[in-house]
Ligand binder design. Structure first.
Ligand code: ATP
Ligand code: MG
Length: 137
């Protein structure tokens, strides 16, 4: 059993799609073992996306992620990291497979509805940024 970190991004919360996204997550066999709705500060978003700070879209990304509420989550399941990346679909919804969250809901490469960790090391760091151990059940 593995854990991954997920964010339902502002474009999805704004359109009232939290439940619809969670239905896809649970339908894929992933269990939501922690979840909270927060409004990220710029500091939190900059820390979270620090790996992208030299990219041309960094400012836009931080603006977007702080533009409204997000739902941060911990998901658990067999191969949860790879499984959730598969369920999310490609970063750019134009390239996302049928039935994936981004194909179903994403508006653009920037406003792409969800985040999921890309490796065990980043999953651990991302989970620890938003949750303490006793919040994960
Ligand atoms: P995430 O990390 O959010 O799960 P990802 O791993 O599929 O998505 P990354 O390459 O890590 O994609 O990019 C992080 C986020 O930055 C993307 O989800 C998207 O919101 C934004 N982003 C990536 N590329 C672009 C771009 N060309 N223009 C605008 N925003 C972008
Ligand atoms: Mg990424």
């Amino acid at each position: 059993l593995q854990r991954t970190f997920s964010i339902i991004k502002p474009d999805a919360t704004e359109r009232n799609l939290t439940g619809a996204v969670n239905a896809v997550i649970e339908g894929a066999g992933l269990r939501i073992v922690a979840q909270k709705r927060i409004h990220m500060t710029r500091q939190q978003a900059e820390t979270f996306y620090a790996v992208h700070k030299e990219r041309p879209f960094f400012g836009e990304l931080v603006d977007f992620m702080t533009s409204g509420p997000v739902v941060v989550q911990v998901l658990e399941g067999d191969n949860a990291i790879a499984r959730y990346r598969e369920v999310m679909g490609a970063t750019n919804p134009a390239n996302a497979a049928e039935g994936t969250i981004r194909k179903l809901f994403a508006k653009s490469v920037g406003e792409n509805s969800v985040h999921g960790s890309d490796a065990p090391e980043t999953a651990a760091i991302e989970i620890a940024q938003f949750f303490s151990g006793n919040e994960i059940v």
